[in-house]
Design a protein around this ligand. Structure first.
Ligand SMILES: Cc1cc2nc3c(=O)[nH]c(=O)nc-3n(C[C@H](O)[C@H](O)[C@H](O)COP(=O)(O)O)c2cc1C
Length: 482
C-alpha cells in the first residue's frame, strides 16, 4: 500500500476555536489568530493533531475541505505544521517532513520509472537526539527517517539509480517520498548519457565551486535557511558556567612586559589613540545624521579600489600547477589571497544629501548604485539591526557585507568560507577604526538573514550573500575627548 502524506500539527502546537469563529494556534507561550472558520471546520481541524491527508483535501472540492486547506496553509506559514508519510493514518510514521522555512509547501514533481536519481553531494544523514534526520543546506525541509529500511534504501542513492531498480528494493520508500526529496534538492535527476561528473551535473553552475562543509556552515550559521534556535539565547546558562573573561595563567616564571610599555606620551600615536578610543555605538543622533560627504570619505578610506592589475599572484600555496592569471585590486584592508570578494550594500535610513533607500557601493568607480527593493523587506533589514543591537531606533546606515563566494573558492579548497569570515573581521575592524577617526559611531552586527538579502536582490544565497553587517551614523555620544 503506498504511503500517504498527511499534514499534522507540530507537537508544541494546540488549536482553539473562539465563540466568534476565530481559530487560534498556541505555541511556546505565543498565539496566532488564523482567521474565522465555520464550526464544522473548527471541529475537523482537531484531526490535524493526528494528521489529515493532503491529497484527499486538495482534490475534495467540498467547502469544508477548502476551509481546511486554507487553515493548513496559514498554519504552514507560521511554521506550525509538519508532514508525515505513513502507510495508514493511525500506523507508525515512516518519514516526517519538518519545514525549515516559512514558505515550504510539500510538492511532488512528476517522476518517471526510467528517471535516474542520485543524492545531492550536499545531503547528509545524522543523529538528532534519538532520531535519524536527512537534510541539506539547499533544502527548505528536513526529513526525519523513522524506518531504518528507508535509510538503507536511500543509501543506495549514493550512486545514480533508475527508479525502476529502486522499486525492487526491500524498503523502497515509495515514489512520493522520492518526489518530495527531489523537490527539496536532496535528490536530483540526471541524464546518464550527458553526465559530465556529478559535481557539475547537480544542476547549478554556481554550486560547483562550493565545498560541502562550506555551504553547510554558511546556511546553518546565518538566519533564513533553517529553523534551529539562533543567536544569543544562552542555551547552556543553567547547566555550565561561563568561561572566565581572561584565561588563567600558565605555570612558570613570568616575564613582566609592563616596564617596556610604561606610559610614554610620545608613544600615543594617532593609531594608538584610535585603537584605544574605538568602541561600539548603538544609538544615533537623528537630529544631525551622517552626511553624504562623510559617507563618501568613509567608503573612500576603507573600501575603495586604489588600483587594479592583472597577472598571477603566487603566494606560496604549494599547488603543483602554475597559478592561473586573474585580475586583482589594491585596497586599504588586507584580503586572503588578494581576493577582495567582499561587496558593500547600504540600507540608508537617514543620511543628509542621500535619499532613503538601498544601494550597492561600486568600489571600483567609488559610486553608489540605487537598487529597487520592496519596502517591507527594506524595513525588515533595518529593523533586524535595531533588534540585534538592542537599540530603540534603526541605524542611520546599515552596511551589509556580502561575499562573491566564487572569487575565493575558485582558488581555495576546504578553507574558502573560513577565509571569507576572516576577511569580514578584518574589514569590520577597518570600519571601526575609520568611524572612530571620523568621530562617527559604528557597531558590528553578528546575525544576518541570507534569505532576506536573496529576496531583496534576487541573487541566490550561494552566489553572493551577506556574511557580516555594520551599523554606522552619527552617534549620540562620543568618547573622543579631542
Ligand atoms: C563579529 C562581531 C559581532 C557583533 N555583533 C553584535 C550584535 O549583533 N549586536 C551588538 O549590539 N553588538 C555586536 N557586536 C559588538 C560587540 O558587542 C562589542 O564589540 C563588544 O561588546 C565590545 O565592546 P566595544 O566594541 O564597545 O569595545 C559585535 C562585534 C563583533 C566583532
Amino acid at each position: 500500500m503506498p504511503a500517504t502524506l498527511c499534514a499534522r500539527l507540530g507537537g508544541h502546537v494546540s488549536l482553539d476555536a473562539r465563540p466568534n469563529g476565530e481559530i487560534v494556534a498556541s505555541f511556546y507561550g505565543h498565539s496566532a489568530v488564523l482567521g474565522r472558520f465555520s464550526a464544522r471546520a473548527a471541529e475537523r481541524a482537531q484531526d490535524l493533531r493526528q494528521g489529515l491527508p493532503l491529497r484527499a483535501l486538495s482534490a475534495g472540492g467540498r467547502d469544508i475541505d477548502e476551509e481546511i486547506v486554507l487553515l493548513i496553509q496559514r498554519l504552514a506559514r507560521h511554521g506550525l505544521l509538519e508532514y508525515r508519510l505513513g502507510r495508514s493514518q493511525r500506523g507508525a510514521d515512516q518519514v516526517v517532513v519538518e519545514p525549515q522555512v516559512p514558505d515550504y509547501w510539500p510538492r511532488a514533481p512528476q517522476l518517471d520509472s526510467a528517471d535516474v536519481l542520485v543524492l545531492s553531494r550536499f545531503a547528509y544523514m545524522r543523529r538528532r537526539g534519538n532520531e535519524l534526520v536527512l537534510e541539506s543546506p539547499r533544502s527548505s525541509a528536513l526529513f526525519r527517517i523513522c524506518d531504518p529500511k528507508i535509510a538503507a534504501a536511500l543509501a543506495l542513492l549514493a550512486a545514480p539509480q533508475p527508479i525502476k531498480k529502486l522499486r525492487r528494493q526491500d524498503g523502497f520508500p515509495g515514489i512520493e517520498l522520492l518526489a518530495l526529496l527531489v523537490d527539496c534538492q536532496i535528490l536530483f535527476t540526471i541524464n546518464a548519457a550527458n553526465d559530465s561528473g556529478l559535481r557539475p551535473t547537480e544542476g547549478n553552475d554556481s554550486l560547483v565551486l562550493w565545498d560541502f562543509h562550506d555551504l553547510l556552515f554558511h546556511a546553518r550559521s546565518t538566519e533564513g535557511q533553517h529553523a534551529n534556535p539562533l543567536g544569543g539565547v544562552y542555551p547552556y546558562a543553567g547547566t555550565i558556567s561561563p568561561l572566565p573573561a581572561v584565561r588563567s595563567c600558565w605555570a612558570g616564571e613570568k616575564i613582566d612586559l609592563g616596564k617596556f610599555s610604561a606610559a610614554d606620551t610620545k608613544a600615543i600615536t594617532p593609531t594608538v589613540r584610535v585603537l584605544r578610543e574605538r568602541h561600539s555605538v548603538r544609538s544615533f543622533n537623528d537630529d544631525r545624521p551622517i552626511t553624504l560627504a562623510e559617507l563618501s570619505r568613509f567608503l573612500d578610506r576603507t573600501a575603495r579600489v586604489q588600483s587594479e592589475w592583472s597577472g598571477t599572484l603566487d603566494l606560496g600555496t604549494g599547488a603543483d600547477t602554475d597559478p592561473p592569471a586573474a585580475t586583482y585590486t589594491v585596497r586599504s584592508y588586507p584580503s586572503a589571497g588578494g581576493s577582495y570578494e567582499l561587496e558593500l550594500y547600504l540600507a540608508v535610513d537617514k543620511c543628509e544629501g542621500l535619499a532613503r533607500g538601498f544601494y550597492h557601493y561600486d568600489a571600483g568607480g567609488h559610486s553608489l548604485a540605487p537598487i529597487e527593493v520592496r519596502a517591507p523587506e527594506f524595513e525588515a533589514l533595518l529593523k533586524s539591526a535595531e533588534f540585534a543591537m538592542g537599540a530603540s531606533a534603526v541605524p542611520q546606515i546599515l552596511i551589509t557585507i556580502a561575499a562573491r563566494f566564487g572569487r575565493v573558492s575558485w582558488k581555495y579548497s576546504s578553507i574558502a568560507y573560513s577565509l571569507i569570515l576572516k576577511d569580514v573581521g578584518v574589514l569590520t575592524q577597518t570600519f571601526y577604526m575609520m568611524a572612530t577617526d571620523m568621530e562617527l559611531g559604528g557597531c558590528a552586527i553578528g546575525s544576518i538573514n541570507i534569505d532576506l538579502f536573496a529576496r531583496m536582490t534576487g541573487i541566490e544565497f550561494y552566489v553572493e550573500g551577506p556574511v557580516g553587517q555594520f551599523a554606522i551614523g552619527r552617534g549620540t555620544t562620543s568618547r573622543l575627548s579631542g
